[in-house]
Design a protein around this ligand. Structure first.
Ligand code: SF4
Length: 482
């Protein structure tokens, strides 16, 4: 059977209204398995779940399926458009959201964080700040968290000065650039310096939209549309720019700090709800929040401003900013954002896990301890860090518990005598050491008897917290004869 080229999908549906059957009808339906799925229906189910894309089905790109493919793309397009800026390895994609709440469907494209520089900074300071932005990284449970872009602000209002700053920043980092000025002449000078980098233009307003639209089209650059505190005007500007042929837009409804923050959050929420629930196309673009705004205003202590900036950024990231422009480069301001982003964009249905197997620490010998834990990422990296900090020479068996922590896995029987015996066999631990003694986590103490019986290994109950491993092994290893 071959697929029909229908061209009949007229009405946009939310992702939750799309059934695998809707998708299946538009596939080639040859069950050829080129997608590595058992059949087209299985592929349709994973496509609706966001686990695959239509690019995983090569046959649908044949000419005979062009109309069906177009219907499928329309059907599956997120209500919030995905917009890309930057090029190469650092390309940044924002938006692409399907739902308001993350429990409804996996969130895509984590909120990008940009840090500002301006065109009045002395060259040396500018280089140093860009270097710090590019090198800001934090390793967190196996992931590298970093910043995403540099926002270059024109403070001088001088096209030549702005162009020189854009040139310097573009030469110093491959990070995506955001060019910030409402003066089209200054913007064009900056665009000319970064034309190969697909910068994000900030911003088209009620006053300059025509000139900014012309520049966006000429330089193929995405465009921020700004209408502070006036969603109706924002919507109207988007409609006008869309009619001019602009497709990649980012919405800036304005960010008010301190007393205006609740109004800002309300506006962001209303716009995103309108896009995701009412499928309002004119609000179906990524949202830009500007925590940097806290720095404009009353003179108060730097620490208070930084504190306000971090609060504003966290609130905006939660409701529903896809891109943030910030000023502070302090770790205590940025780390909460990067970790909160990591948590928000982790699929709650899929615990963060690491690969099961056996890990070697230090230089273990034939009588070194063998420890065991689960493959929940936070558990594993905590245990790993404690072992490394203590400089222990040992083996660590990691059991596949579906990404559950020790306590949950014991309660759910994912970490049990059976799974421990299986892991001991699969990792061939007896080939590595001359003893058969296994240290299990203190939180799994109740498994000791049944595991000893099922495995033939002597089971020692370790500390409940891996920070106690060093002292525990100092006092108990090698173990006294049973
Ligand atoms: S590659 Fe496409 S046509 Fe082939 S089985 Fe998968 S979904 Fe069906």
């Amino acid at each position: 059977m071959t697929g029909e080229t229908t061209g009949t999908v007229q009405k946009k549906k939310s992702i939750r209204e799309i059934s695998p059957i809707d998708v299946y009808k538009l596939l080639p339906r040859t069950n050829c398995q080129e997608c590595r799925e058992s059949n087209c229906m299985a592929f349709a189910t994973r496509l609706v779940n966001g686990e695959l894309t239509i690019h995983n089905c090569p046959p649908i790109f044949a000419d005979e399926y062009a109309a069906a493919r177009s219907d499928l793309e329309f059907l599956l397009a997120p209500p919030v458009r995905a917009v890309t800026f930057g090029t190469g390895a650092h390309t940044c994609t924002i938006g692409g959201k399907y739902v308001l709440q993350r429990h409804e469907f996996t969130y895509h494209n984590p909120t990008a964080v940009a840090i500002d520089v301006d065109d009045l900074m002395p060259e040396e300071d500018l280089q140093e700040r860009v270097r710090k932005i590019a090198e800001f990284t934090y390793h967190y449970i196996g992931r590298t968290l970093s910043l995403n872009a540099v926002a270059i602000r024109s403070v001088s209002g001088d096209p030549k000065v702005f162009a020189a700053t854009v040139r310097t920043v573009a030469g110093a980092t491959g990070l995506p650039l955001i060019l910030c000025t409402t003066n089209p002449v200054v913007m064009e000078a900056g665009l000319a310096e970064a034309k190969d980098r697909r910068p994000l233009m900030y911003a088209a307003t009620e006053k300059n939209w025509k000139s900014m639209a012309d520049l966006a089209l000429a330089y193929h650059a995405p465009l921020v549309v700004h209408a502070g505190g006036d969603p109706a005007l924002l919507r109207s500007l988007v409609k006008t720019l869309k009619a001019c042929g602009i497709t990649d837009m980012v919405l800036d409804p304005g960010t008010l700090a301190e007393n205006g923050l609740s109004e800002t959050i309300h506006t962001f929420t209303a716009i995103r709800a309108s896009a995701c629930r009412d499928l309002d196309e004119l609000f179906g673009y990524p949202l830009l929040g500007v925590p940097l705004a806290v720095w404009i205003g009353e003179e108060i202590s730097m620490d208070v401003l930084k504190w306000r900036e971090t609060i504003t950024a966290s609130m905006l990231m939660s409701r529903y900013a896809d891109l943030l422009i910030m000023h502070s480069l302090d770790g205590w301001v940025l780390l909460p954002q990067l970790i909160w982003r990591f948590s928000l964009y982790t699929d709650p249905r899929k615990p963060v896990s690491v690969e099961a197997g056996i890990r070697t620490f230090g230089n273990p010998g034939r009588n070194s301890p063998v420890l065991i834990t689960t493959n929940y990422a936070l558990t594993f990296f905590t245990v790993e860090s404690d072992i490394k900090t203590a400089g222990l020479d040992c083996y660590l068996i990691v059991v596949d518990t579906g990404g559950l922590s020790v306590e949950s896995a014991v309660a759910g029987r994912y970490f049990s005598a059976e799974s421990i015996v299986k892991a001991l066999k699969e990792t061939d631990a007896t080939q590595l050491v001359d003893h058969k003694t296994l240290v299990i986590p203190g939180l799994a103490a109740r498994l000791s008897g049944e595991t000893e019986e099922a495995s033939g290994w002597r089971i020692l109950v370790g500390p409940k917290d891996s920070s106690g491993l060093s002292q525990y092994l100092r006092e108990r290893w090698p173990p006294k004869p049973a």
